[in-house]
Write a protein that binds this ligand. Structure first.
Ligand SMILES: [Zn+2]
Length: 411
């Protein structure tokens, strides 16, 4: 992947203008950019011309504004730049290439991480190289005619905590002991010749929403990430709050106030007791219900995602225990949200992550019912599901990189 000419994204005011244009998906007039950026009309005009010459911004017709003459609409040119996203998860590694609009232009899955980080990083680098080769093969090019490898800015990596995003080091993520204390960002950068950044999967998922969402970079957004475990992330005015050691948002042991068993941490009825997928599955299994054909023989045990699907299918078909487990997922998450909304006072709550799409139909009604009780409802906060699918970790990782390079506030 070496030998590319990196796009020259420099001056802070260029980023301010690009951000002002990018944050209006329906397009902005130059006057709107002046208003939102706080820069002078002359500066915006000059910078916009420069961004257009480089193919980052394009015009998109005209529209009327008040009684004046119609204004030219500016918008970012999505396919002018690319970023790579890597989601490193114990269940598997996903790779994507996304454009400036957070659209996936190429993707592939390359299996679980294994126990050797050197070999794993090598596979990731190879996989990214193959994605670029496939884009070259299909003739992908930017509006100014550059090939994918010429407009690829860099690589974002999302992984479960604990990790140190500042140093790019995986510290002690669960179920990946072989990778503990590996300098992943540096290793990947060395293997690919591209800059790389590392962050938690929860923060990456939130970054995807902010990058793609209408005006979310001007709001306080709380994200709930539903994976094997549960986590949260918060951003205020586009800036993700990571805490002092990238541990912010570890909400698994938040007390729910529900009637529930003692947790390993010593408290009763923690959120994770109801929302960790392994805990849900073992409750279902312990009752002798089983999770469908194929799970009796240990060699045929399906992965957790398939077993969860079986649990939810049973619940949908009226199985009492399955229904109770799914309902309690929503109730516990709703109670946790009620607390978190009180703490963070967000404009928006977004729920997503690899297992949310499967859980949403049965869980969301109870989430809304509980979370909206008391202050949550009165504040008018909106709670919705992410529009991104199961790939949100990888897409988010790529947008993390875009955010670091292209957002004036994120650096
Ligand atoms: Zn606990």
């Amino acid at each position: 992947m070496r030998g590319s000419s990196m796009p020259d994204i420099g001056a802070k005011n260029e980023l301010v203008v690009l951000d002002a244009i990018r944050n209006a998906p329906e397009g902005s007039s130059q006057s709107e950019v002046v208003r939102r950026s706080g820069l002078s009309r002359q500066a915006v005009s000059l910078i916009t011309r420069r961004l257009m010459e480089r193919g980052l911004v394009e015009t998109d017709g005209t529209r009327g504004e008040g009684r004046g003459k119609p204004r030219t609409v500016l918008r970012v040119s999505p396919s002018s730049l690319l970023a790579a996203g890597v989601h490193l998860d114990p269940a598997g590694i996903s790779l994507v290439m996304v454009d400036l609009g957070a659209n996936v232009v190429a993707e592939r899955a390359i299996g679980p991480p294994g126990t050797d980080p050197d070999a794993g990083v090598h596979r990731i680098a190879e996989g990214l190289e193959e994605l670029l080769a496939s884009l070259h093969g299909e003739g992908w090019h930017s509006p100014s005619g550059q090939r994918a490898s010429d407009v690829l800015l860099g690589i974002g990596v999302a992984a479960p905590g604990g990790l140190d995003s500042r140093r790019g080091v995986l510290v002690d993520p669960p179920w990946m002991p072989g990778w503990w204390n590996s300098s992943l960002a540096e290793m990947l950068s060395h293997a690919t010749g591209r800059p790389a950044v590392l962050d938690k999967d929860t923060n990456a998922a939130l970054a995807a929403e902010i990058w793609a969402g209408d005006r979310l970079s001007e709001q306080t957004v709380l994200y709930i990430y539903v994976s094997a475990g549960i986590g949260s992330a918060v951003a205020s005015r586009g800036r993700v709050q990571r805490g002092s050691t990238t541990q912010a948002g570890e909400i698994g042991h938040l007390p729910t106030g529900l009637d529930g068993p003692l947790c390993g941490c010593g408290r009763r009825a923690c959120l994770s007791v109801f929302t960790d997928v392994r805990a849900m599955l073992s409750r279902f299994d312990a009752a002798g219900t089983g999770t469908g054909p194929g799970t009796t023989d240990p060699s045929e045990v399906a992965d957790d995602g398939e077993r969860l699907d079986a649990l939810l299918a049973a619940a949908t078909a009226g199985d009492p225990l399955g229904s109770q487990i799914a309902r309690e997922h929503g109730t516990a998450l709703g109670e946790a949200l009620r607390t978190l909304i009180g703490i963070h006072d967000p404009h928006r709550v977004i729920i997503g992550g690899p297992y949310w799409r499967a859980l949403e139909p049965l869980s969301m009604p109870h989430v809304l019912e509980r979370a909206m009780q008391g202050n949550g409802g009165r504040r008018g906060v909106t709670i919705s599901s992410s529009a991104f699918g199961d790939d949100v970790g990888a897409i988010g990782a790529a947008t993390l990189y875009l955010g670091r390079e292209l957002s004036p506030t994120v650096r």
